[in-house]
Ligand binder design. Structure first.
Ligand code: ADP
Length: 485
């Protein structure tokens, strides 16, 4: 069979990876050279890939999930796990008024109005029903809601199982029960688009023995490969301030499929919006999450002083920390704050305490000495903050979330710098989760969902919105790909 080759120059991408764009073959869907064929092939087994897989399974289409790592789950496995959804049943018990419209409005505003309003509305409107769907798949949630770091509103839901395990175990089981196949250590490297039908018809991957395999996709390929926070070269070429920072991501978050998608004409959006959150100082090993619940911590700098309203959005928080001496900040909590951490987060903090990468002391003075900050400053800062909580007003920095004092010993401090956490940009999608080409038209047979896509979060992602996004859009991609003819 004739193999046509075409080189696509990705004019719209800001990504240097496109420079190394290889040549791509265009092959027909019924190519006898496929090693095997499925209806739908999903690339990546994080939350978006798994939600798509569960939907394809439910629709009874023959589906294969290819995952390059030796475990499933990607970043979703190690996420904080908070899921934002308006949930009157839980929120009204806590006196919280909420609505999908407010969720959408806050999301657009926090993203500098650069998010696509249509996608943002879908996210906010479908987050509640997707929460119910996850519960129906066996994901267990803790009662109540909370305000996630940079989450801006108490609509975060925490799972009973630590990190993202609750989600991935339930969805993998659901998909496998419906016959979906999972293949690990299978790294996808190429997409094939048939020039005559202008449709994505399959892909190539490298299997665990290093062999190149071609798989046909009769209905569609769904790309759910996550972001590129672990690709430090790409991140710091986009934002030089990120050079030398650690990442919170799993090592596979390298943006592999951006290049193949751009090469067949995909548009990208928001590639230069990269989010950082408190993470490891270079050389430290144990990631802490003292900031897990925004109501329970304050940040201080090396002078023992607060410097930012801690309930601000993540972009503002990041900027503020990067401007502190040595780019270091210390989140401070008390024993009540420690008790409020979910078990997984708590055990991480305990590991850091043991390793001397976080601090515990019976008094604030002793805590300050361990941290190497002026004790009188830390005491003054915490006392002042406690007064603000009692008066429900922070005249110093304007923090609005004034719920808990920091007054129950022992006291704890984390040691953080900013860590590359999330890439808001990626390929452009439409409301059906179809990848949109640089000509403005959907690329037939190609869907994408989750962090590999751009356009949902704008310049800054609201804490708790990514977990909602991967499931909402993963499901949409799975449903529409299954319905293809
Ligand atoms: P999301 O939150 O968008 O679902 P995750 O980071 O949780 O993203 O999951 C993405 C998954 O895709 C990870 O498990 C990652 O290892 C996988 N992945 C990334 N690149 C490839 C690739 N080239 N081939 C197969 N799987 C990949």
């Amino acid at each position: 069979m004739e193999i046509k080759r075409r080189r696509f120059l990705s004019a719209l991408t800001l990504s240097p990876i496109a420079v190394s764009t290889p040549l791509f073959a265009a092959e027909s869907q019924d190519n006898p050279n496929w090693d095997e064929s499925y209806d739908v092939v999903i690339v990546g087994s994080g939350g978006a890939g798994l939600a798509a897989a569960a939907e394809c399974g439910q629709a009874k289409v023959k589906t294969l999930v290819l995952e390059k790592e030796s475990v499933i789950g990607g970043n979703t496995r190690i996420t904080g796990g908070g899921y934002n959804a308006c949930d009157p049943q839980e929120q009204e018990k806590l006196g919280i008024q909420d609505s999908p419209a407010l969720h959408a409005q806050q999301t657009l505003e926090a993203g500098g109005f650069r998010g696509n309003p249509k996608l943002v509305t879908i996210l906010a409107d479908k987050a509640p029903e997707t929460l119910a769907w996850l519960k129906s798949k066996g994901v267990e949630f803790r009662p109540g809601t909370y305000q996630i770091y940079g989450g801006l509103y108490p609509r975060g839901h925490a799972t009973v199982k630590p990190a993202g395990l609750g989600y991935i175990e339930a969805l993998q089981k659901s998909a496998e029960n419906e016959g979906v196949k999972f293949r690990l250590q299978s790294k996808v490297t190429r997409l094939f688009k048939d020039d005559s039908s202008n449709r994505v018809v399959g892909l190539e991957y490298i299997d665990k023995r290093g062999k190149h395999k071609k798989v046909g996709a009769k209905k569609a390929v769904i790309v759910a490969t996550g972001g590129f926070s672990a690709n430090s070269e790409l991140c710091s070429s986009i934002d030089p301030r990120l050079e030398g920072l650690t990442t919170t991501n799993h090592p596979g978050a390298t943006g592999d499929l951006l290049d193949p998608m751009i090469s067949i004409g995909a548009a990208t959006i928001g590639m230069d919006y990269i989010q950082c959150v408190p993470g490891l100082v270079k050389g430290d090993k144990n990631r802490t999450s003292f900031v897990h619940k925004a109501e329970n911590f304050i940040f201080v700098n090396k002078d023992g002083q607060r410097f930012i309203p801690e309930d601000a959005n993540r972009a503002v928080l990041c900027e503020a920390v990067l401007n502190q001496r040595d780019k270091i900040c210390f989140p401070i909590i008390d024993q009540k704050g420690m008790d409020a951490l979910p078990p997984g987060q708590r055990s991480n903090c305990e590991k850091a305490l043991k390793a001397g990468e976080a601090y515990e002391a019976p008094t604030l003075e002793e805590l300050a000495k361990k941290m190497g900050v002026p004790p009188e400053e830390l005491v003054k800062t915490v006392n002042e903050f406690n007064e603000f909580v009692k008066n429900k007003k922070d005249p110093k920095l304007g923090r609005k979330l004034l719920v808990n004092t920091i007054s129950h010993p022992p006291f704890y401090a984390g040691r953080n710098s900013m860590s590359v956490h999330y890439t808001m940009g990626g390929v452009k999608i439409n409301e059906k989760a179809q990848v949109v080409g640089r000509d403005g038209k959907p690329i037939k047979g190609l869907y994408a969902a989750g962090e590999v896509t751009g356009g949902v979060h704008g310049t800054n992602r609201v804490g708790g919105n990514a977990v909602a996004e991967i499931f909402v859009f993963g499901r949409i991609a799975g449903q529409n790909a299954s319905a293809e003819r």
